[in-house]
Design a protein around this ligand. Structure first.
Ligand SMILES: [Zn+2]
Length: 132
């Protein structure tokens, strides 16, 4: 069983984006490295907030990969739809965040749509984790 982690600041950014898009749905891709979700990339079609930072793909280190997804459910339901499940199949990790978008309002799923746990960690602490 693979353990997954997300930086707390990344989760906070996801929630901020989700709040700013509300009541519309927000979606993005996740950059991961060593099973840690390190950053998000906002999908351009849904990009509409002037305060949002869009990460340029050519600045992403080669050691990072975009193998995750995140999107919001303004309805407050954290369960994947049929369309979500088929989209999840090509990703290693998928996060659904749901209204009211606090730091506990999320669920994570693997490519098979199985609910998996993600541990929230601080960026500094993760360095220690990687050096173990
Ligand atoms: Zn969905």
């Amino acid at each position: 069983m693979v353990e997954w982690y997300i930086y707390k600041d990344v989760l906070e950014s996801i929630m901020e984006f989700s709040k700013s898009f509300y009541p519309r749905e927000f979606s993005g891709m996740l950059y991961t490295k060593n099973n840690i979700i390190e950053d998000i990339y906002i999908i351009p079609q849904t990009y509409s907030n002037e305060n949002s930072a869009v990460i340029r793909l050519d600045f992403v280190p080669l050691s990072m990969s975009i193998n995750g997804s995140v999107h919001s459910h303004p309805s407050g339901n954290g369960y994947p739809s049929r369309a979500d499940l088929s989209f999840f199949q090509s990703k290693d990790i998928n996060i659904i965040v749901y209204h009211p978008y606090d730091l506990f309002s999320f669920k994570a799923y693997n490519s098979k749509g199985e609910n998996i746990e993600i541990k929230v960690i601080l960026r500094e602490k993760s360095k220690l984790l990687k050096n173990l």
